[in-house]
Design a protein around this ligand. Structure first.
Ligand SMILES: Cc1cc2nc3c(=O)[nH]c(=O)nc-3n(C[C@H](O)[C@H](O)[C@H](O)COP(=O)(O)OP(=O)(O)OC[C@H]3O[C@@H](n4cnc5c(N)ncnc54)[C@H](O)[C@@H]3O)c2cc1C
Length: 372
């Protein structure tokens, strides 16, 4: 089908190219190339030279141009609280700190879940955030080929490292134009050094000058008047220098200092609010925080061409249902269309409702989006 016209041939070509190929083919300014490929690499958490990421370069830029960046008022926790309140309003019971040991299968149908304390909760439909690597152990009795293919999915090249702090005053970039931007990239502006930085990182070599993203955009819903927030994010890897996830415990503070030193090159001096503690999130902590981030992967599994669309996370699981387990559906960043709060659940909801003979527009007619 893609070979049907010159336009679709161009699309097919872009699909097979890398994000870097597409960006360099269409833009001549080194600075713009670096800005675009860093944006794409941050979203994909893949090396921008990875073949098969080209179309995403076009889609990501168009998506952000069309929808902008959505920031939850009061911070990310408010989004979770709002979702929980919405569920409760519709009659749901939310149980925190309650581990599901496994999904119960009877004659090829999911009939409920068994909690770690042995309690069984019966259900007509089970929606589960089970990472493909854990599918076999969380859903015993699935066809072995489904489990084996799921276990073989590959993680992204990179993961994230975060430093957050309350500041005595708003952060301010020396380049004042950056102060009302939702995402400011700090790092080299020439293509060869940027690509080298991605190369080194992919091989687990951490730089003393990390590539990072930050923002100085004021947000009165998250800090009192006159105060500021520090939020620094940088790409890194779970296994740096062959020390595995465990290596991050010893490295967290020094790497946070490297991140702050790098940021300090671009911003006015800042002071952390006395009595507050700087928060550092390492790849190892991402992995511990939710099973969706297996290997510390914030996209759940890599957004490689062979793990996108009808192949995400595997061909058998790409329909959001699980072969061999009627009534079981998967949600999470590892499903199509990929990581992020915008992606994980809606497509699964569409599928579940369709199986129940409903359309999503019938139950969620309004588009819920905030453009800041
Ligand atoms: C530092 C950082 C920055 C990010 N930035 C952005 C961003 O700017 N924009 C964006 O869109 N996304 C961002 N993300 C990604 C986003 O947070 C995730 O994609 C999103 O949270 C995934 O939501 P989810 O509900 O699908 O999965 P999860 O948040 O993983 O929710 C799954 C839940 O299921 C629970 N669970 C799993 N297994 C079991 C079990 N066996 N028993 C009981 N409970 C279980 C987990 O504990 C978890 O609470 C970021 C992530 C990080 C870490």
């Amino acid at each position: 089908m893609l070979e049907a016209s010159p336009a679709t041939q161009r699309l097919e070509r872009m699909m097979l190219q890398s994000a870097c190929d597409v960006i360099c083919e269409h833009f001549s300014s080194d600075k713009l190339r670096v800005a675009l490929l860093r944006l794409v690499a941050e979203l994909l958490i893949l090396h921008p030279d990875e073949k098969g990421t080209g179309l995403f370069a076009v889609v990501a830029v168009g998506y952000i141009d069309r929808f902008g960046f959505g920031l939850p008022r009061g911070g990310g926790n408010n989004l979770i609280d709002a979702l929980v309140a919405c569920l409760r309003e519709h009659g749901a019971t939310v149980r925190c700190s309650t581990e599901v040991a496994e999904v119960v299968l009877e004659n090829g149908r999911a009939t409920g879940v068994r909690l770690s304390d042995g309690t069984v909760i019966a259900a007509d439909i089970v929606l589960a955030a089970v990472h493909p690597h854990h599918l076999g152990e969380r859903v015993p009795g699935l066809p072995q080929s489904v489990v084996d293919d799921a276990r073989a999915v590959e993680p992204s090249h990179y993961t994230g490292f975060v430093v957050q702090a309350a500041l005595t005053a708003p952060l301010s970039f020396r380049n004042r134009a950056a102060n009302d931007c939702a995402l400011v990239t700090v790092g080299a502006t020439d293509l060869p050094s940027t690509l080298r930085a991605f190369d080194d990182l992919k091989r687990g070599r951490l730089s003393a000058k990390p590539m990072l993203w930050s923002t100085a955009m004021p947000d009165s819903s998250r800090s009192p008047a006159g105060k500021g927030i520090l939020h620094c994010y940088c790409l890194t890897v779970l296994d740096a220098g062959g020390t595995g996830a465990a290596g991050w415990a010893a490295r967290a503070d020094s790497y946070a200092r490297a991140v702050l030193d790098r940021l300090a090159e671009s911003v006015e001096p800042f002071t952390v609010e006395p009595g507050s503690t700087m928060r550092v999130l390492t790849p190892a902590q991402h992995e511990q925080s939710t099973p969706s981030f297996a290997s510390g992967d914030l996209n759940g599994v890599g957004m490689f061409l062979h793990q996108t669309g009808g192949l995400r996370p595997t061909a058998a699981l790409s329909g959001f249902a699980v072969p061999g387990a009627d009534g079981l559906y998967l949600v999470g960043p590892f499903m199509h269309p990929g990581g992020g709060i915008t992606g994980g659940g809606r497509a699964t909801a569409v599928k579940v409702l369709a199986d129940l003979g409903l359309k999503i527009q019938a139950v969620a007619p309004r588009r819920i989006a905030v453009r800041l």
